[in-house]
Write a protein that binds this ligand. Structure first.
Ligand SMILES: Nc1nc2c(ncn2[C@@H]2O[C@H](COP(=O)(O)OP(=O)(O)O)[C@@H](O)[C@H]2O)c(=O)[nH]1
Ligand SMILES: [Mg+2]
Length: 381
C-alpha cells in the first residue's frame, strides 16, 4: 500500500494530482483544511491536505520507476510482467469495444431505422404470403364448391391441403377416391332406390358378360312391384338369350339360384325400396341373405340431391352392401357427389354408368379420370 499526502487548493486539484501520481485506482482516505507548514504558512491562506492511498502490488507492476531500484533480473521480470499486464489490459479493452459495437443495432438510430425497414419488408412479405395462400385456398374452395361437393367434405379435404396449389388438391381428391375391382362371378346383387338405373345397369352388365366376355349369365329379378320393370328385364334376357327368373318369395330365390348353378355369374335385380321404410328394407334384406352373396352393390345416381343421398345411404346401411355403383354421370356436369357418396357409404365404387345405351354405357373409371371430372378438368361425353 502506498500512502501519500497532497497539499492542494481544492479537491479538483487533489483529484488531478492523485490520478497522475497514484493512478485511477487510488482512493482518498482523508482531507482536511490546514495552513501551510512553516512560518510563511501562518500568514498564508488555508490549503487542503488530502491523503490518498493505492494498493502497491498493482502499482508496482505499473511503476516503472521501481525497476530502477531492482537487480537486472528483477527488472527484466518486472518489465515482462508489466508488458504482459499491459497487453492483457489492451486485450480486455479490445473485447470491451467489440462488445460495445456488437450491441443490438436498435440502440443506434441509423441502424434502428434500417431494422425497422427490414421488419416492414418482412411484414409485407408475410401478409402477401398469407393473402396469396388465402386466395389460393379460396380458389380451391370455389373449385370444390362448384363440383357440388358437400361443405363438410370440403372442410375435411382442406385440412389436408398443404400448399393450396392445383397439384396438391388433385392428390388429395385422388386419395379420397376408392375403387373396387368388381367380382364378376357368383351371385351379384344390385339394390337402391327406384329410378336410379338398377334394371338398366343389370342389362348392361348382362350384355358385357354374355355378349362381350362370353360368360354364362343368369338373370333374377325380385322386382315384383312394377310389372313393367319385369318385362323390361325379360326383354333383355330374351335378346341375349340368357335364363331369366322372377322371384316372388324367399323360397323361390333358392329355386332360381339352384336352376342357374351352371352360370358363371347370376345377376339379381331388386325392387326399388324406400330407404325410409324399414319394413321394406328388412324384407329386401331377407331376400338378399338367401342369395348368400358377398357381392352386393348399392346403386346411386349422381343426380340425386345430397341430402337425399345421405338418407338413402343411412336407410340401406341395414343391407350389408360391399360396393357402390354411381349412375347417370352423363346427366350432370358436376361430380363432387362422387366424393360425397364415398364418404357417406364408406364403400368403394365398382362401376359408373354414363347413359341409357345397353350395354355400352357402363364403365370402370380410373382414379385419375374421376379426379379430373371432380375438378372440372373433364366431362363425361
Ligand atoms: N341418362 C342416363 N339415364 C339412365 C342411366 N341409367 C339408367 N337410366 C335411365 O333411368 C331410368 C330408370 O332406370 P331403371 O333401370 O328403370 O331404374 P331402376 O328403377 O333403378 O331399375 C330409365 O329411363 C333409364 O334409361 C344412365 O346412366 N344415364
Ligand atoms: Mg328396376
Amino acid at each position: 500500500m502506498i500512502i501519500k499526502k497532497y497539499l492542494v487548493k481544492d479537491m479538483n486539484e487533489a483529484m488531478t494530482k492523485i490520478k497522475n501520481d497514484l493512478g485511477i485506482d487510488a482512493v482518498i482516505i482523508s482531507s482536511r483544511k490546514i495552513r501551510k507548514p512553516g512560518i510563511g504558512g501562518l500568514l498564508s491562506k488555508k490549503v487542503i491536505e488530502v491523503t490518498a492511498a493505492v494498493d502497491n502490488s498493482e502499482k508496482e507492476d505499473n511503476d516503472y520507476g521501481k525497476i530502477q531500484n531492482s537487480t537486472k533480473e528483477d527488472s527484466i521480470t518486472a518489465l515482462k510482467k508489466a508488458m504482459e499486464k499491459h497487453s492483457e489490459r489492451a486485450k480486455n479493452q479490445e473485447q470491451k469495444m467489440a462488445l460495445e459495437t456488437s450491441k443490438p443495432s436498435y440502440f443506434q438510430n441509423a441502424k434502428e431505422e434500417k431494422l425497422l425497414n427490414e421488419m416492414q419488408e418482412m411484414k409485407n412479405l408475410i401478409s402477401g404470403f398469407v393473402k396469396k395462400s388465402s386466395e389460393e385456398e379460396n380458389s380451391v374452395m370455389l373449385k370444390l364448391k362448384n363440383s357440388d361437393m358437400n361443405e363438410e367434405v370440403i372442410k375435411e379435404l382442406l385440412t389436408e391441403l398443404q400448399d393450396g396449389n392445383e397439384e396438391d388438391l388433385k392428390n388429395i381428391v385422388k386419395k379420397h377416391i376408392k375403387l373396387s375391382v368388381p367380382k364378376e362371378n357368383g351371385v351379384m346383387v344390385l339394390v337402391g332406390p327406384t329410378g336410379v338405373g338398377k334394371t338398366t345397369t343389370i342389362a348392361k352388365l348382362a350384355g358385357k358378360f354374355s355378349l362381350m366376355e362370353k360368360k354364362k349369365v343368369g338373370l333374377i329379378t325380385v322386382d315384383t312391384y312394377r310389372i313393367g320393370a319385369v318385362e323390361q328385364l325379360r326383354t333383355y334376357a330374351d335378346i341375349m338369350n340368357i335364363p331369366f327368373s322372377v322371384v316372388l318369395t324367399i323360397k323361390e330365390m333358392d329355386q332360381a339360384i339352384n336352376s342357374m348353378k351352371d352360370c358363371d355369374i347370376i345377376l339379381v335385380d331388386t325392387t326399388g325400396r324406400s330407404s325410409k321404410n324399414e319394413m321394406q328394407i328388412s324384407e329386401l334384406r331377407a331376400f338378399i341373405e338367401r342369395t348368400h352373396s358377398q357381392n352386393i352393390h348399392l346403386v346411386l345416381s349422381c343426380t340425386t340431391k345430397d341430402n337425399d343421398i345421405k338418407s338413402i345411404v343411412s336407410g340401406y346401411k341395414k343391407i350389408n352392401f360391399q360396393n357402390v355403383i354411381i349412375t347417370k354421370l352423363d346427366e350432370t356436369t358436376t361430380y363432387g357427389s362422387v366424393i360425397n357418396i364415398l364418404k357417406y357409404t364408406g364403400k368403394p365404387i365398382s362401376y359408373f354408368t354414363t347413359g341409357q345405351n345397353v350395354p355400352d354405357d357402363i364403365k370402370t373409371l380410373t382414379v385419375e379420370e374421376i379426379s379430373s371430372l371432380i375438378l372440372g378438368e373433364d366431362t363425361v361425353c
